[in-house]
Design a protein around this ligand. Sequence first.
Ligand SMILES: C[S@@+](CC[C@H](N)C(=O)[O-])C[C@H]1O[C@@H](n2cnc3c(N)ncnc32)[C@H](O)[C@@H]1O
Length: 365
Amino acid sequence: MASKQTVHMNRGQGETSYARNSSFQNAEQNRMRPLIEEAVADLLSSSNSSSRSMVITDLGCSSGPNALAIASIAVDAIRRCLGLQRPPPDLFVLLNDLPDNDFATVVKSLAEFKKNNEHVLAGVVPGSFYGRLFTAESLHLVCSSNSLHWLSEAPEDLKMKSIPAYDVDADVRRERRALVVGAYARQFRKDFMLFLQMRAIELVPGGRMVLSLAGRRSVDFASKFTHAWESVAMILCDMVHMGLIDKEKFDSFYIPIYGPSDEELRQIIQEESSFSIRQMQVPELTSGAYSALITPTRVAYMLRAAFEPIIVQHFGSSEGGEGIMDEFVRTAERRWSLEGSLEEELAQNPRGVLLVSLEKKLDIT
Ligand SMILES: C[S@@+](CC[C@H](N)C(=O)[O-])C[C@H]1O[C@@H](n2cnc3c(N)ncnc32)[C@H](O)[C@@H]1O
């Protein structure tokens, strides 16, 4: 690949923005509520509870309504947990994302949020969550929704050997699946390990983390597992078959995303050893609030809002800017035009979501 991929969601408030196409992710954030409430209750009842301030961060906040959703859940939980017993501590809410994120919109929403929430101070922290972001032992609660499956980069060994992440030929793809997925799994292990090490430095002893990320149910990646970004690859593959994008270009396109199994995640957390696992859940991707959201157009727009920047960066745009993405949406809608075909495609895939609640061990310095 010529240049480093710049990751961000579609900016602004327009029809194709992340702000208007992130209801799936918001459903996921709502699933984190009980875990955040439990973590907050635990923090407030612990020995640190006499502390007059509490620092909360949401890592990979993006922009739009979801950027403040997790912070709102945490602030509400604190207020409800304390009730009238004692005044709430000063809360410092810090929102993080990569520097190309639409922070201008986030800052405006934060100003509104502060107006409606007495005792809340707020700020943004641009930078990668795979590096240091905060001062040592300064954080009480770290949250992250729908972000940690984004790798720091696509696996270097695949790029160097020009092995496509998703071969257009289904037989070749099947033969290479273990190799490709293995490379992605190694990159995830390296990145997630680093993430845990950084947060172990930044959290206070007993500090909590509540995370949600794309994952999968199966541990058998060689026979069953498909990429967490399979739908994007399938749509682009259809576009190659229709002559809308170049096969060579597609072969060198790597989306830096990996969805681990719960077992993989557990092993990395245990190996890194700074955190104990309080809860880990693997809810069904298509259950609950999700099912109502699954329509071809919604899914196509959701994928566009999340992947347009890296698709356009790699393939270039046509027809004055958005040609390739308009075709992407049309191809997706055509692919799923038969009633039930989208649901069937999703059901065949062992993809899921992982929710995990962690506590920093007390003897880690
Ligand atoms: C799908 S969005 C999730 C946004 C929001 N948390 C939600 O649940 O809707 C993923 C976000 O993670 C951010 N991200 C990806 N890699 C990151 C990294 N290394 N450091 C910080 N943010 C990252 C992306 O820029 C993007 O805004």
